[in-house]
Design a protein around this ligand. Structure first.
Ligand code: SF4
Length: 465
């Protein structure tokens, strides 16, 4: 088969011209393999569906499979409350204003993590954790255990004073959830791009206080997918103070025709689950769709590491890209070997896989280039950087920053009714002394066990489109 490597930006026109013959990949690079055989429609018809076509854009075997597992993971997920001061479309948790856990309960859950799981960072989520009256104390407890406390918040109740108090307590980082389908007071109707202004306010607030990792996450919907490249470009413009961008494909518990929903062999009504949605809503955005969209702006965008699905080894449930550059130019992307080195060395030295890194490490892009002999991505990045520095020596005196972009594709419904979860899920939390998926905890709360979808009359093809 004749192989022609192409930037994905060119791919769309070729689809339009119906000249596309086959999608494929070589050693994990996005590429186009030509040999005029099929139109896109024909490919779609001959494959099982989009699910099977899209992973072919990236070869998982050419990327680094993150080493995270149930007992040994970069992150654990603590929910000290399920109270929230906002409504976000797609939230997995029922908002309960009276759900603050006591410090004893929190201590007990942290002890369960410490007993069952090596962890580098603890995401403090909810609900919104800033609604918990003892949030500083919770941060202190995690830091005292030698782990990195990361607050996942919508930011609404974050003031400068609160931030200073949380830093004193030992907070390592914040992940701000900001997107256009939240009911933010005074910001209703703002687009993803308009919300960059709000993102910048939080990034600057953290930078002023200093030494706190700054991440932003946004849920991606069918109608906001197109805005992702603009948010990625905004991230580059602030690469010195924004360390991580996270894009999460919208998902929900789809109530599909042709399935019964069972718990312990008995049919249940999914309606009490906050994430139960009717099947008309689109929940089919894949990580590779997000990659493809980003490539329209950054054609050489290159992920390097992933977590697969429990039902699909070639699905990218967590897909990690790290880029190196300045506010003006991205010189390149780290490769799989760099990711492997950073995870392995962190584990050797600290006994846990690496989660969030300090801002000063993100500012050491130039030192990271010294690892170029081990990693192809870094070699390409170093060459691009030296090429520009030869023409403009002032570049040698500028800092190079690293910024990570994580794309998350949560639970996928398969035709057999099984859910494909993230294999090595980092967002594992505690429910009744057990480690469980945080994204499905409402099933345990409402029904006492996981919900299983079973095709009506045992027919796994019952809902075939
Ligand atoms: S399985 Fe659910 S909770 Fe775990 S990482 Fe995936 S989406 Fe998050």
């Amino acid at each position: 088969m004749e192989g022609v490597e192409l930037a994905l930006s060119g791919l769309d026109e070729r689809v339009e011209e119906k000249q596309v013959r086959f999608y494929g990949s070589r050693r994990g690079r996005l590429c186009y393999v030509g040999a005029g055989r099929k139109t896109k429609k024909e490919i779609l018809a001959c494959t099982i569906g989009k699910d099977d076509l899209m992973p072919a854009l990236l070869n998982h075997r050419g990327l680094y499979r993150l080493p995270w597992t149930l007992p040994d993971n970069a992150i654990s997920w603590l929910e000290p409350t399920s109270a929230c001061n906002l409504y976000c479309d797609g939230c997995y948790r029922k908002n309960d204003p009276d759900s603050h856990k006591s410090l004893e309960q929190v201590r007990k859950e942290l002890d369960i993590f410490n007993r069952l799981r090596n962890t580098d960072g603890v995401s403090i989520a909810g609900g919104d954790p800033l609604t918990h009256p003892q949030i500083e104390k919770i941060v202190e407890m995690i830091a005292a255990d030698g782990q990195k406390p990361i607050i996942n918040t919508n930011g609404l109740w974050l003031t400068k004073e609160k931030l200073v108090a949380l830093k004193k307590a030992g907070v390592s980082g914040f992940t701000f959830h900001i997107d256009s389908k939240q009911q933010r007071p005074h910001l209703k109707g703002k687009t993803e791009i308009e919300l960059n202004e709000l993102r910048l306010q939080y990034a600057r607030m953290l930078a002023e206080v200093g030494d706190i990792s700054c991440a932003f996450n946004a849920t991606v919907y069918e109608d906001t997918l197109k805005d992702v490249p603009e948010v990625v470009a905004w991230g580059q413009k602030h690469i010195d103070i924004v360390h991580i961008l996270v894009f999460i494909a919208f998902r929900g518990g789809s109530m599909r025709k042709g399935y019964d929903y069972l718990v312990g062999g008995k049919k249940i009504d999914m309606a009490p689950l906050p994430y139960a949605i009717h099947e008309e809503r689109q929940i089919s955005i894949m990580s590779t769709d997000v990659v493809e969209t980003i490539c329209s702006r950054y054609p050489d965008f290159q992920p390097s590491a992933y977590l697969n699905g429990t039902e699909r080894p070639d699905h990218f449930k967590w897909l990690l890209t790290t880029r190196i550059g300045t506010k003006d130019k991205i010189f390149g992307y780290t490769g799989p070997k760099f990711m492997e080195l950073s995870q392995t060395f962190h584990h050797l030295l600290n006994g846990s896989y690496l989660a969030y890194t300090k801002p000063k490490v993100h500012a050491r892009g130039k030192s990271m280039l010294l690892l170029a002999p081990f990693d192809k991505g870094l070699r390409r990045t170093a060459l691009a950087y030296l090429h520009d520095a030869a023409r403009s020596p002032a570049l040698l005196f500028r800092k190079l920053h690293m910024q990570s972009i994580m794309i998350i594709q949560p639970a996928d419904f398969t035709r057999s009714g099984a859910l494909s979860m993230c294999d090595g899920c980092p967002d594992i939390t505690v429910w009744e002394d057990r480690l469980v998926w945080s994204c499905r905890m409402e099933e345990l709360i409402n029904f006492g066990d996981w919900v299983r979808a079973v095709p009506t009359n045992g027919d796994p093809n019952a809902s075939k489109p």
